[in-house]
Design a protein around this ligand. Sequence first.
Ligand code: AMP
Ligand code: ZN
Ligand code: FE
Ligand code: FE
Length: 281
Amino acid sequence: MIDLHTHSTASDGTEPPAQVVASAVEAGLTTVALTDHDTTLGWTDASEAARRLGIALVPGIEVSCARGRRSVHLLAYLPDSTHPALVAELEQARDSRETRLDRMVDRMAADGLPVSVESVRAEVEEGATPGRPHIADALVRAGAVAHRDEAFAHLLSDRGPYYVGHYAPDPVRAVEVVRAAGGVPVVAHPLSVTRAGTVGDELLEEMVAAGMAGIEAHHRDHDPDAVRHLVDLAASLDVVVTGSSDYHGDGKQNRLGERTTTPEVLERIEALATGSEVVRP
Ligand code: AMP
Ligand code: ZN
Ligand code: FE
Ligand code: FE
């Protein structure tokens, strides 16, 4: 069983990278990809755990991209984590996320919400990519909301009163950078309606023309019509279809292995990659 999209405390998941791998073993997976937002920080610990626990690990990243106000998430499998252009893009995104988090928190504090830059920072692991879920965690700790979902329903929503964006590359540029780094780009949950707008077919076609290799069609944010549409589109564009959980530990309801990817698709992804290798026990 192969699950190609998970998050750890290297970004906004709630389990450390080695624990995500251990949870993957427990869930009966044979292969898991670690795809933290805008960072490769968790790769070393996850690789070590995979070797120790006898599971295959696909090193990956979920790159935050934007076109206009539309947010696009691009999964990047097996890139070279030292490639200068990729490193530069990820660093710029993480730096901008720091400033943006402070701005959101300042606005919320000014409105009387029980958060401060310090209380939010305390929720982020050293060196990890900060995100809105960390503000949610500070709100939970202060007793203002019961869980992350409640914070996102209004306070932290894309259309909410405190939303501030951050630097994110154009999706076509991100596809090019991931390819240059030897990675395999696959768009994450393009028809997720929980985000500001969905990713239209035209943009997906543009991304495929730039070198994108797949579409994550099977994802809990996609209803059956959306899945069908994306599977057909992938076939017509001759790119692979993946399925994944988008696991965030206790931070989201998504369970490991709730959506999966076929071994044939993983083989095709591996064959296209030149940046790094699947860690096999
Ligand atoms: P950011 O990257 O800082 O803009 O925050 C987006 C992140 O928040 C994504 O990784 C989502 O997984 C997470 N997120 C979005 N909605 C929710 C929710 N309702 N509950 C928990 N996490 C969420
Ligand atoms: Zn996330
Ligand atoms: Fe995402
Ligand atoms: Fe994700």
